[in-house]
Design a protein around this ligand. Sequence first.
Ligand SMILES: *[C@@H]1O[C@H](CO)[C@@H](O)[C@H](O)[C@H]1NC(C)=O
Ligand SMILES: *[C@@H]1O[C@H](CO)[C@@H](O)[C@H](O)[C@H]1NC(C)=O
Length: 198
Amino acid sequence: MHFSKLLAFYMSAASIHAAAQSLSPGEGIILAIDSVTFLSQNNLERAQNLTEENALEVGGEIVQGFGAIVKTVTGALSNVTILKSSEQPRDSINGGSILRARQLPSPIPSVDQHAICNSFRTFILIHQQLLSIVIGEKGILSATPFTAPLGTVLRSLEGVVDTFAFAVIALVPGCSAHATQLNAYLAPTLSEAADTYP
Ligand SMILES: *[C@@H]1O[C@H](CO)[C@@H](O)[C@H](O)[C@H]1NC(C)=O
Ligand SMILES: *[C@@H]1O[C@H](CO)[C@@H](O)[C@H](O)[C@H]1NC(C)=O
């Protein structure tokens, strides 16, 4: 009988907590995803410029671009993980004596979850395009000294993007099926790209 009152209390406590931060959790996640997408878009443009003639210059820039992406995904992952753990008090309330815990809404409002999934979709599509070009340019890139560094950075990217994707998916139950599908579309391309440059 006190359940709904109790729930309302915890919900408003959580809203105050979120409002006290400069960004809502949803906005923080979108910013993290978009900052990676921005770098990937830059690297995509570099990769589109690649020719046999400029391969020694542009190949090196592409490797550096991937290095920056890996670094930013790593930062984005820790930000998303922090946001997740800052919501932990509500999880422990849920895990306590309130039996319908699993039916409580996500700490992130549904509208924000959908905005996160939109960002995530762009993130996936840009990576997919970038990696497809890098795979397709094997002929040019394998003839440069960047083959090994490219393989190394692509293997790092594969590991960190996978972890990041699952961290994001865990926060968006409202659209996690779609996000999971998107990630399943990218994952084999990441592996293929890494395998292209042993
Ligand atoms: C992570 O959070 C820090 C501190 O709020 C911010 O400066 C940085 O840009 C964020 N990084 C990403 C990738 O979102
Ligand atoms: C791609 O090439 C064009 C034309 O040479 C150049 O203006 C542009 O800056 C290049 N883009 C990148 C990202 O290197």
